[in-house]
Design a protein around this ligand. Structure first.
Ligand code: BTN
Length: 255
């Protein structure tokens, strides 16, 4: 099965006026055998989902896109580093679109920030086959293009592309087109060398690298100095002098 109309760099696009969640649609299509490279895009979502069970408010004006991939030479754990790769490519696309006027950063694992305020988030979902290989992966990308939640509605700073210098009022689909080049290039590098091949580029844009951060893990919040992200995509926090702990789940707290 190969749905959708053409996008640059070998991607395809299935455009919907409305979806519960583009991840729901893309996961369903992936389960039914849809080929890799399809972006499911909706103008609005009625049940947009964020990480850790959060709601992703999804009125018209923003980008809601879910990409189907089939990294079937890799385990699901290896493939999950593609969410960091997608965040890097998105940050690069936004910088290119703004002609360098903004330089987005990534907050581990995969939020995209502009001037310390959340601008985009990524929700990864996937499935493995009986041998543990990744059967399919869906990278759900939500970008505040024209709309961001009111400051009082979320416990962290938020912004939107329309409020940035050098960007102004851009079409969500223009952003998707701009994303295809950096994404294709970063996906190719990942196929060759895994996240390790992109680690340096990721770290160069890392939010608060070297600083003491609050880190949400499970239901708790811990503190530590953010010292590294390794070749597997795991974050390293120095919790006591010389005592480095490695985490594969959780998130740096923004605020
Ligand atoms: C987060 O920061 O918590 C992740 C947000 C991911 C939102 C996107 S919008 C497109 C796709 N569909 C969804 O329901 N969620 C993702």
């Amino acid at each position: 099965m190969s749905l959708g109309s053409d996008l640059p760099h070998g991607f395809r696009c299935l455009r919907l006026e409305e979806a519960t969640s583009t991840n729901d649609v893309a996961c369903g299509l992936a389960e039914r055998g849809e080929a890799a490279g399809l972006f499911v895009v909706a103008e609005r979502q009625t049940a947009g989902r964020g990480r850790l069970g959060r709601i992703w408010q999804s009125p018209p004006g923003n980008l809601y896109a879910s990409l189907i991939l089939r990294p079937d030479r890799h385990s699901l754990a290896e493939a999950s580093t593609l969410s960091l790769v997608a965040a890097l490519a998105l940050a690069e696309a936004v910088e290119l679109l703004s002609a360098g006027a903004v330089s987005p950063r990534m907050k581990w694992p995969n939020d995209v920030l502009i001037a310390g305020a959340k601008t985009a988030g990524i929700l990864l979902e996937g499935n493995a086959d009986a041998t543990g290989r990744c059967a399919w992966l869906v990278i759900g990308i939500g970008v505040n293009v024209r709309w961001s939640p009111p400051e009082e509605a979320v416990p962290y700073p938020v912004t939107r592309l329309a409020a940035q210098p050098g960007l102004g009022d851009i079409e969500p689909m223009l952003l998707l087109h701009a994303l295809t080049g950096p994404l294709r290039q970063r996906l190719a590098a990942w196929e060759e060398g895994g996240f390790a091949a992109l680690r340096a580029a990721w770290l160069a844009r890392a939010h608060r690298l070297g600083a003491v951060v609050e880190f949400k893990v499970g239901s708790g919040i811990i503190q530590g100095r953010f010292v590294d992200v390794d070749g597997t995509g795991a974050i390293h926090l120095e919790r006591a002098p010389g005592g480095i702990e490695r985490f594969t789940a959780g998130e740096i707290v923004l605020g």
